[in-house]
Design a binder for this molecule. Structure first.
Ligand code: ADP
Ligand code: ZN
Ligand code: ZN
Length: 740
């Protein structure tokens, strides 16, 4: 790179966190040597300043030099993003047609987006004094806690931060204070690495069964090259064990490892298993951390101070010095897709990151998405099956309860109640699944038929009896629960349908004396409450567990032997072509919670459609067969993964405007007329009115991915020029997961 002269100053082409698709040109300072792409720079923008990200350095600008503004200052001496990191962000911005500046900005922790210095905060810690170094821990044998802490410091040989001590054992404070008083330990300030800890206790690796060994070998032997792998293993088949053995190989080669999971609530479980297994520094990243905590984790990976990152979707873009392996657990989970703003799929972007870095990417699930299943079938992903439960755990038995013409008590059939009684009598746990929170989904007047409706949405208000409220689950509107019908003034309001609160109240009456835990968004709102309930369940302090969606997500309940899905039918008939896939995944995932230890589990499905092919396939065969059939149907219908979709959504307070805008988009899309491109719509969204706005959508579908993106490439700049585009809120969703 030539040093800037007055004749041709260097141009910094930067991305700014604004909803615009272009890069912005600024003049580089003449005095200092140019900084590298990936650095943050402060620039004047409109009437203020902004933190920008340097993407390219150019010799020339399309804009005359005297019109260009110089930058204010360079923030980072060394780039925080490597060339490969930047390349990944460019790729996803391009693929999802999202403004690059917003994409790059979203990869940074909040304070770094704002231009603050990229330094790790100091943390309080402790170190041995000279006396402490030379004191034998035997002298503390009467106070075992102090003894073990002294031994910890002596073995570790380094100062330890407060967070490291907390990760080691949350009860350290009193003993450390005593050791300070005895002058065996001294206070210190730690810079850089903290929240890391020494090996707690190393649980030994399990000798894998043949399938596990094959899976471990397949990936471990290919470290250092790109490969995508699909680990398909029923719940409890030992996928996590496989992950850990591959991680060990990667760590042995001094590579960093990124492990993605769908849910924050799953991090503590996995973190603990990792901490017991690896003497590596582990960083955790998810949305419930404070900004400084997230930044610390981010910088620790970026600087190579931590070797393992455990995180949710957004952790994917964390820069790393030496990333060598990506694992994505429960790859079918829809939370890997960001559903608003920058709508990206962490699963698909992980594959791209693996390709760019030339490292393996391992996707694991008991119920792989049809996309991944298809990729495995045509050899794009290497298929690694784990067909059996590990150890001697038995697979749960699926069984149908035909509830046609059967009396139900708050949704529970006699047959199921009998099973619950039997299970409780054996002192085993029961898990009931109902995917609807609240007391009942509808409040209706028995006298005149009036229904409580959300004024802002095409939806009924849901009864929440405990809070004595009516709530809209779509816009969040809340109002007091009515006692009297506002239409006819009669006291004839009745709750229609079933929610978890309602089933809970029945259970409380019928099973008085038993401990019932309800797990849904309402019951777990307070911080730490979900963890508390999960711990209670695992300590055997619960007899009946009732919950929503939350129960389908990877938690282990060793003493649950009866699982029941109260209302299978609500998922059987939906207009969404993905709903059979989602329902099958849900049934198998919920079923997987049963009988994980030595006790065999049973799974009961209450349905009015006992002959439904989805159910019979799952019962007589398994998810794998279901997926094969479902794929054939998708192929016949030309639906993804046999075609590729992009969805434009638009909304406005005026019902016509959104339609008008999408009509223009549809017209533009038809111009580069490729008869193979399907342009479907505009049509009203499945819920047309939401939060006071009218929603319309336009679906583009192409057989080949390339054609879809060619179309979008020409379409997006043209849409930006549409007059109507300023009057609506609109978005593009590439590879949409739902058409809502
Ligand atoms: P998954 O992640 O597929 O649900 P895990 O890895 O959590 O499965 O394993 C389920 C249980 O089986 C765990 O308690 C684990 O310790 C045990 N396990 C895993 N592999 C083996 C093995 N090869 N032999 C014995 N037990 C195993
Ligand atoms: Zn009425
Ligand atoms: Zn509403």
């Amino acid at each position: 790179m030539a040093y800037p002269t007055s004749a041709n100053p260097l141009i910094y082409r930067v991305a700014l966190p604004v909803p615009l698709y272009t890069l912005f040109d600024y003049l580089a300072p003449r005095t200092s040597p140019p900084c590298l792409p990936g650095c943050r720079i402060e620039v004047p923008f409109r009437y203020g300043t902004k933190t920008a990200f340097l993407v390219e350095i150019a010799q020339h600008s399309a804009i005359a030099t005297d019109k260009l503004k110089p930058i204010n200052r360079v923030i980072d001496e060394h780039p925080l993003l490597s060339a490969a990191d930047l390349q990944l962000l460019l790729w996803v911005a391009n693929y999802y047609h999202h403004p690059l500046g917003e994409v790059i900005s979203s990869a940074f922790p909040v304070h770094l987006r704002q231009g603050k210095a990229a330094t790790l905060p100091d943390e309080k810690g402790y170190q041995l004094t000279e006396l402490g170094e030379h004191t034998s821990s035997e002298q503390l044998r009467r106070t075992p806690k102090q003894k073990s802490i002294l031994e910890l410091f002596q073995q570790h040989g380094q100062p330890l931060s407060e967070s490291a001590l907390t990760a080691w054992n949350s009860q350290w404070r009193t003993s450390v204070k005593t050791l300070l008083n005895k002058q065996l330990l001294a206070l210190t300030t730690l810079k850089g690495v903290h929240s890391t800890l020494p090996v707690a206790e190393s649980t030994r690796e399990l000798p894998g069964n043949a399938h596990q060994q094959a899976a471990v070998a397949a990936v471990s032997q290919q470290l250092g090259q790109f490969g995508a792998y699909l680990l398909e293993g029923v719940t409890g088949s030992g996928k996590t064990e496989v992950y850990m053995q591959i991680i060990r190989s990667a760590l042995a080669q001094n590579r960093q490892v990124l492990v993605l999971i769908p849910e924050i609530s799953l991090t503590p479980q996995l973190e603990q298993r990792f901490r017991q297994r690896f003497s590596a520094n582990i960083a955790v990243s998810h949305s419930k951390l404070t900004n400084p905590q997230r930044q610390t984790a981010w910088l620790q990976m970026q600087q190579g101070l931590c070797q393992i990152m455990l995180g949710t979707r957004s952790a994917l873009f964390t820069p790393m010095q030496n990333l060598g392996l990506i694992i994505l657990d429960e790859e079918h989970d829809s939370s890997y897709k960001q559903q608003e703003g920058f709508r990206f799929s962490a699963r698909d972007a992980a594959i791209i990151r693996g390709k760019l870095l030339n490292i393996p990417v391992l996707l694991g699930s008991a119920t792989p998405s049809l996309e991944s299943f298809y990729n495995a079938q045509r050899g794009r992903y290497q298929w690694l099956p784990l067909p059996e439960r590990a150890g001697d755990a038995l697979a749960p038995q699926l069984q149908i309860i035909d509830i046609r013409n059967k009396p139900l008590q708050e949704g529970l059939s006699e047959a199921l109640l009998k099973e619950i009684n039997n299970t409780l009598a054996k002192q085993e746990q029961v898990l009931l699944f109902l995917n609807r929170r609240g007391f009942a989904p509808t409040l209706i007047c028995h006298s005149c038929g009036w229904v409580a409706h959300c004024p802002s949405c095409d939806a009924n208000l849901v009864i929440h009896a405990q809070q004595q409220q009516l709530q809209c689950h779509h816009c969040g509107k809340q109002q007091r629960l009515l006692q009297q019908c506002p239409a006819c003034q009669h006291n004839a309001l009745t709750a229609l349908g079933l929610g978890t609160e309602r089933v809970e109240s029945l259970l409380e009456q019928r099973y008085a004396g038993y401990r019932i835990i309800r797990l849904d968004r309402d019951s777990t709102q307070r911080k730490g409450s979900l963890q508390k309930y999960l711990a209670q369940i695992n300590l055997g302090q619960a007899d009946i567990i009732l919950g929503t969606q939350m129960l389908a997500k990877g938690h282990h309940f060793a003493n649950v032997t009866l699982v029941a899905i109260l209302d299978v039918d609500s998922g059987l008939f939906s207009i969404d072509f993905r709903s059979p896939e989602k329902l099958a995944q849900l049934i198998v995932q919920v079923a997987g919670r049963a009988g994980r230890a030595q006790k065999p589990g049973r799974v009961m499905l209450q349905t009015r459609h006992p002959e439904h092919p989805l159910l019979t396939t799952l019962i007589q065969a398994d998810y794998h067969h279901f997926a094969q059939q479902a794929l054939t149907e998708r192929q016949q219908a030309g639906l993804p993964p046999y075609s590729h979709q992009a969805l434009f959504r638009a909304s406005a307070t005026d019902a016509e405007l959104a339609t008008e805008f999408l009509d223009c988009v549809a017209q533009l899309a038809r111009q580069p007329s490729n008869p193979a491109n399907q342009i479907l719509g505009p049509t009203p969204a499945p819920m047309k009115k939401r939060a006071g706005r009218y929603h319309q959508q336009l679906l583009l579908q192409c057989k080949h991915r390339k054609n879809l993106h060619k179309l979008l490439d020409t379409l997006m700049p043209a849409i930006a020029k549409l007059k109507t585009s300023a009057k609506v809120r609109w978005s593009l969703d590439v590879d949409p997961l739902d058409l809502y």
